[in-house]
Design a protein around this ligand. Structure first.
Ligand code: UD1
Length: 432
């Protein structure tokens, strides 16, 4: 098992470049198989969830070719089956975008039910509602979502809740349905806009993405394109919070500052310095930061995926802070680990009440999920002494070269196999 070892207490200083947005890339890769022509996608992050999805489309017959580190060419012209039932696919949540993509193109799909981070019950009723409204019959059988339609017809769909996944999935199928689909109460997150832009560049006709009403006029087929994915707002946010937590000074490059506004506002409110440039953002902090109240909301509210990083920063800020999680019910699992490092946090239902402590101390902790794991790394960077973060495979689902990027900023952080006690000892001796 691999683990990170971090010696805390060093400010992070320097520049870091943000990779392409994993959550956008997942939808875009699924959408890419909807044409028989070749699609070239740039700025694809090299993270585990993406590798799994690329393998899945490769295993059903799509041609996948890495042109260089972050550019991938995909050709869906040779797909032989709509049956995506591989063990490894169950491990990622976004495999379900293949339901929408294959249903749109072939009017049939069978995809293993999604796994992903255990941060709540994560139902898919709104996805099913979308497919059924377009005319598909949907069944859950033997752990698969099976969707089938003679033809797909545009429909007026009102989602019961704002769901990123259901909006994307229904939008995918609707692109190749007959007539106009109107999605109401659609999610507005930046990657919905990115995926809609990508589909439009393939010849789709989508208007309104980024608002809560999306109109999709079906087209008979899609064509090849070249497209570059937007930067990852969550990776950028994580480095912003790591800068503030370590009392550092980081220039974070390749970002869209507008997507980071909710994080910027909170950082400024608690006393950090944030400077925005066209496609970069600089975060600096000195001394103790202040307290605040945060509630996770749908975009443009404070993103649930940044809640663990925020709570961790507040764990060593002045006074009492309150963080309320309103999107997923099980997203405070990392708090027990933070408590082992000396944090004083009480979780009551969906709210964490944080009493800022003077300092955290290094401990052996275990990443419970992707973003909770990233938060524990931030805790390790702040803590006195050594922190070991176990289960780094969760973190690697969504952060490209995480320890390398941290090292470039001066962090004493390395990844080791937990069996490799010699290397661990050597690292400890080296950094003191
Ligand atoms: C996506 C993101 C995830 C982020 C989340 C919220 C991707 C690959 N993942 O997840 O990182 O944390 O948005 O910003 O983009 N819901 C239902 N029924 C459904 C679908 C969702 O009740 O059919 C509920 C969920 O339980 C949750 C809320 O809607 O409470 C939002 O979920 P959703 O936006 O669908 O999240 P994901 O698409 O899974």
């Amino acid at each position: 098992m691999e683990q990170y070892i971090i010696k805390g207490g060093k400010p992070l200083i320097g520049e870091v470049t943000i990779s392409g947005y994993k959550n956008a890339a997942l939808g875009i890769i699924a959408a890419a198989v909807m044409t028989d022509e070749t699609v070239t996608i740039e700025n694809v992050p090299d993270v585990r969830d993406i590798r799994v999805l690329l393998q899945a489309i490769g295993d059903i017959g799509a041609k996948v070719e890495y042109v260089n580190g972050d550019t991938v060419k995909i050709c869906g012209g040779l797909i032989q089956t709509v049956d995506v039932d591989f063990d490894y696919v169950r491990k990622i949540r976004a495999s379900y975008y293949l339901v929408g993509a294959l249903l749109g193109k072939y009017k049939s799909s069978k995809v293993a039910l999604p796994g992903g981070c255990n941060i709540g019950s994560r139902p898919i009723d709104q996805h099913i509602k979308g497919f059924e409204a377009l005319g598909a019959a949907v069944k859950i059988e033997h752990g698969l979502i099976c969707a089938e339609a003679e033809e797909l017809k545009g429909a007026h769909i009102y989602f019961d809740c704002s769901s990123v996944g259901a909006t994307i999935n229904t939008m995918l199928s609707a692109c190749l349905a007959d007539g106009l689909t109107i999605l109401e109460n659609a999610a507005k997150e930046p990657h919905i806009v990115d995926i809609a832009n990508f589909l439009n560049s393939m010849g789709a006709n989508i208007k309104g993405a980024g608002t809560d009403v999306i109109r999709v006029k079906g087209v008979p087929k899609l064509h090849g394109t070249e497209y570059s994915i937007i930067p990852d707002q969550i990776e950028a946010g994580t480095f912003m919070f790591a800068a503030a937590a370590s009392k550092g000074d980081i220039l974070i490059k390749n970002v869209i500052p507008k997507h980071l506004e909710a994080f910027t506002a909170k950082l400024i409110e608690i006393g950090a310095d944030v400077e925005e440039f066209d496609d970069a953002i600089r975060v600096r902090a000195e001394g103790k930061l202040g307290n605040t109240h945060v509630k996770t909301l749908i975009y443009p509210g404070f993103l649930t995926d940044m809640q663990p990083q925020m709570t961790t920063l507040l764990a060593v800020s002045k006074g009492t802070s309150v963080v309320t999680e309103s999107i997923f019910e099980n997203r405070f699992k990392y708090v027990d680990e933070l408590s082992r490092m000396g944090a004083s946090i009480k979780v009551e239902s969906n709210t964490a009440i944080i009493d800022g402590v003077d300092k955290l101390t290094g401990a052996v902790v275990s990443a419970p999920d992707l973003r909770g794991g990233a938060a524990l790394v931030i805790a390790g960077l702040m803590a006195e002494g050594f922190t070991i973060v176990e289960n780094v495979e969760y973190i690697e689902r969504g952060y490209e070269k995480f320890e390398y990027k941290m090292q470039q900023l001066g962090a004493d952080m390395v990844k080791f196999d937990s069996e490799d006690t010699k290397a661990i000892k050597k690292f400890k001796l080296k950094v003191g």
